[in-house]
Design a protein around this ligand. Structure first.
Ligand code: AMP
Length: 578
């Protein structure tokens, strides 16, 4: 039985470390003490969640609830807790300190195991409806009453969604391997399993029960796969040089959908792998009507204006991602789905089959209709590819996606299986999807706005850190300023994001890293103020020259943002081009 005290002590140790190797070993020691019945719960907690995102399980406790629970448990007033929190800036630390004073007097506390803590959180998440606020506070208070001061620190941070141990999924997978076989040799099959089901708890549990099952892990309906990612190159010639004869598809600018079907059940998942089934009834109906009994496929959903025979823009299409007013939205913005990959068909896991094979199956399954196969042509030379690219731009699409005919489906990975070539924005050479980490107040004639600019970071895949790459200070419309002001005010933070590496002067406000924006730029330059790609010895980071906002990408999560190595590659390409 895994005692929660051991978990809390391990979390404390992890906090003081930043090296991957060290963190892996510390976590592996904890995993050695964990049974197959507990490992899923522990793995979710480390990720700061209770279940994979598509389960839609949300604790639903805000800061107020937590302050109340700490007050009840520690015997203070909520105002006293607030005052302490103002000074500490971390409710976890506040809970730890206030509870430690009380605990010295307490006679005994019940020793909690991981299942007890996890189940208590589940109960909090599942309590809804009238009176649920009081119930949530009561349950959290009970949990804190049973917790040691150190345990309380992590319980509170978890409840607030601020656990942030700095442990990424790859470290969890490495640690599972090290804990069981003493080295990282099981990392690869674990990694594949995780990429094709996106459920860390399920993978960890299956692995401890039977390592063999992980080696032969198969795709399953209703366990969404991590989406395959596209590389980018900047000219048709480069693409042909890389792929040779390839499939070239139109690149549609809507939102990505992963559709699962088994018997009478259908589920739709977004790019972030959140469930979207209830939002898109017309798509569900079409999927239900397909001949296949069991099926997983992917496509890009785009709203279509039948009267004017044109597709709506990305922004307009995104209005379909809503929880209310679905019927009206469906009428105004009816969707077409351009299906571009098939991953599972009637018991056959297709992810390891070559793209050409998957494409054949796709074309048989989707004739014309609301669901239809994306437009695709076999291309043998640069001129043909260039022509298709121009056709795509002229017809208002985003560019093309060139696909390696022999490549398997690379779930969760950016390999040269898919290469995108996108239209440019004015003089801009390219775009990055960056994370907003801070913002600035309006200045001069725009001083009336509580918003005037964004500080943008990209993600370093190797270190798990965010690194700044641009400050966007102009070019916002008044509507955009108002909407950013509203959006960012809610996630303002006193401190810079914990995993941000920065040199630039602090912006007016830091924010919790949550939103991704697409940023166009003219060139990548070397900069002494930005930390993207900055390493000991190389002196300067990369920065975007003339960065400007293209759009907010609500369909992308922080983990989907452009990576430092992509920026590095773009910098390299820019030089090879000039
Ligand atoms: P990007 O978001 O710019 O990296 O481009 C990759 C995205 O393009 C995918 O996640 C899909 O949502 C979208 N997409 C549009 N058309 C296609 C297509 N034919 N094949 C694959 N992805 C596509």
């Amino acid at each position: 039985m895994l005692i929660f005290g051991d978990v809390a002590r391990t979390f404390q140790e992890l906090e003081s470390k930043s090296g991957r190797l060290e963190m892996t070993d510390i976590l592996a020691e904890l995993f050695k003490k964990t049974t197959a019945g507990e490992i899923d719960k522990l793995a979710y907690l480390i990720q700061g969640q209770l279940a994979p995102p598509y389960e839609g399980i949300d604790l639903g406790v805000g800061e107020r609830f937590v302050v109340e629970a700490i007050a009840h448990s520690a015997g203070y007033s909520p105002e006293q807790v607030d005052r302490h929190y103002k000074k500490s800036g971390d409710l976890g630390a506040t809970a730890e300190e206030l509870l430690s004073k009380k605990k010295q007097q307490a006679l005994s506390v019940r020793e909690m195991d991981i299942a007890y803590v996890y189940n208590a959180f589940m109960k909090i998440a599942r309590s809804g409806g009238p009176g649920s606020q009081e119930l949530k506070i009561k349950l959290l208070t009970e949990l804190l009453n049973n917790a040691s001061a150190l345990e309380a620190r992590f319980i509170v941070r978890f409840a607030l969604g601020r656990l942030r141990l700095g442990v990424g999924d790859p470290t969890i997978l490495d640690a599972l391997s090290v804990a069981t076989v003493g080295d990282k040799s099981m990392r690869e099959p674990l990694d594949r399993a995780y990429n094709v089901c996106s459920d860390i708890g399920y993978v960890a549990k299956t692995y401890l029960e039977s390592p063999e099952k992980i080696k032969g892990f198969r795709v399953q309906p209703f366990k969404p796969l991590m989406p395959a990612l596209a590389e980018r190159l900047s000219t048709p010639k480069e693409i042909m040089g890389k792929l040779g004869k390839c499939g070239v598809e139109m690149k549609y600018d809507g939102f990505r959908l992963q559709c699962h079907k088994k018997a009478n059940k259908v589920e739709l998942y977004s790019r972030k792998l959140e469930r979207m089934t209830l939002m898109l009834p017309e798509v569900v109906r079409e999927v239900e009507g397909l001949k296949a009994k069991e099926l997983i496929f992917e496509g890009e959903a785009l709203a279509y204006d039948a009267k004017h025979k044109r597709y709506f823009s990305f922004q307009e299409t995104m209005h379909r991602k809503r929880k209310h007013g679905i019927k009206e939205a469906q009428k105004e913005l009816p969707l077409n789905v351009f299906c571009f990959d098939i991953l599972y068909l009637d018991g056959r896991d297709m992810t390891n089959e070559p793209y050409a094979e998957r494409r054949r199956a796709l074309e048989t399954l989707f004739p014309k209709g609301i669901l239809r196969a994306s437009e695709c042509r076999l291309v043998e030379n640069t001129a043909e590819l260039e022509k298709l690219f121009q056709e795509s731009i002229t017809s208002g699409l985003e560019g093309i996606m060139a696909k390696d005919l022999n490549a398997p489906y690379t779930a969760g990975k950016r390999k040269f299986a898919w290469i995108k070539l996108k239209k440019s924005y004015g003089k801009a050479v390219d775009t990055v999807d960056g994370v907003i980490v801070g913002y600035y107040l309006g200045k001069g004639s725009r001083a009336e706005f509580e918003f005037g600019g964004l500080l943008i970071a990209v993600r370093n895949e190797d270190t798990g850190k965010l690194e700044t790459v641009a400050k966007i200070g102009s070019g916002f419309s008044e509507d955009e300023m108002v909407s950013f002001e509203k959006m960012l005010d809610k996630i303002k933070a006193k401190e810079p994001p914990e995993d941000l590496v920065y040199l630039i002067e602090a912006p007016d406000f830091w924010v919790e890293p949550k939103y991704v924006v697409e940023v166009a730029f003219d060139e990548i330059t070397k900069s002494p103020t930005h930390t993207c790609g900055l390493r000991e010895g190389n002196g300067k980071g990369y920065a975007l020259r003339f960065p400007r906002l293209v759009q907010v990408r609500k369909d992308k999560a922080v983990k989907d943002a452009t990576t430092t190595s992509e920026v590095e590659e773009m910098f390299g390409l820019q030089h090879s081009r000039s």
